[in-house]
Design a protein around this ligand. Structure first.
Ligand code: SF4
Length: 299
């Protein structure tokens, strides 16, 4: 796809005037599908989570790739991207001083930074940023479905071709999923596609997941039927969440993602007991505290 620079997002960030019954992002929808108890801990209890090296590495690599496109096209080289790593890491440390505690030794920190460097380098094996002019980067989108459910999220990159065709791009610092897990990975992208479609009536031409952990790309071409099915799925998910809120029943569902879960001490699977459910409903406010990123978001 030849990509042009098109002012695309004007007027796209305001939720429509409609009674809002709740709000869902792809990450939190993914949490509920993975483990309802994890969703509860994050959204209802709002328990703090320690930043993990994997999640912060994701934040760093995303920041570098976002700022790479601030440079003139011809200057977007591997070396220029790698030169952005240290300054972006310093910026993140200033904004989130607790990141300083991520590493016990300088060697650990150096290894972590080297992994981020490898991921940035790998990005250049997947596409040539000198030939691209993204329409949007780190774009916040929100829209309200007819039911009143607000969908929101951050899209890493939006490319718009001179023909108006849209490509939604997401970077992952994990590795590409096995074929039988691709549908799960694509759910997030279909969620964004649904939000964009409901905002401006155009079905994105391409959804593209770029896995910087192993240098693979997963592409998908959605159609209207896909997005209608996604809308039904999102709606059903919300109804399941509402049911859990009403009944105060939040099942735990163990999986390999438990390895990344900060709440094992409160989880029955690991011998813990969840605290009483606080009297708090899932929030409906708009942007919140910016883009939260967890280790599982990078998978
Ligand atoms: S440890 Fe696993 S089962 Fe328990 S809450 Fe976390 S993700 Fe769910």
């Amino acid at each position: 796809m030849v990509v042009g620079s098109v002012a695309y997002s004007a007027g796209m960030t305001l939720a429509e005037e409609r009674a809002i019954i709740g709000a869902l992002s792809p990450s939190r929808a993914g949490d509920f599908m993975t483990c309802p108890l994890l969703y509860r801990f994050r959204v209802i209890d709002q328990l703090p989570e320690r930043p993990s090296p994997a999640a912060v590495r994701g934040t760093l690599v995303h920041a570098v790739l976002e700022r790479l496109y601030d440079l003139p096209a011809e200057a977007r080289t591997t070396a220029a991207a790698q030169d952005l790593l240290e300054p972006q890491w310093e910026r993140l440390l200033t904004e989130e001083p607790e990141y300083a505690g991520l590493f016990e030794t300088d060697e650990e920190r150096a290894q972590w930074l080297a992994q981020a460097r490898t991921m940035v380098e790998r990005y250049f094996t997947l596409e040539d940023p000198r030939l691209l002019e993204p329409a949007e980067r780190e774009m916040y989108v929100e829209t309200v479905l007819e039911s009143g459910l607000l969908l929101r999220g951050y899209i890493d990159r939006l490319d718009v071709a001179p023909t108006g065709e849209i490509r939604v791009v997401d970077y992952k610092t994990g590795t590409a999923p096995r074929r039988d897990f691709e549908a799960k990975a694509l759910f997030q992208m279909k969620f964004y596609a649904l939000a964009l479609w409901r905002l401006n009536g155009t079905v994105p031409r391409m959804l593209q997941l770029m896995y910087l952990g192993n240098g693979e790309i997963l592409r998908y071409t959605p159609d209207e039927a896909d997005l209608r099915a996604t809308e039904r799925k999102v709606q059903a998910l919300w109804e399941a969440i509402e049911r859990s809120v009403r009944t105060k029943e939040w099942r735990h569902r163990p999986s390999r993602l438990c390895d990344w879960c900060d709440h094992q001490a409160l989880c029955p699977e690991f011998g813990g007991t969840p605290p009483p459910v606080p009297d708090h409903r899932p929030g409906t406010s708009s942007r919140g505290r910016g883009r939260p990123r967890s280790a599982t978001d990078e998978l």
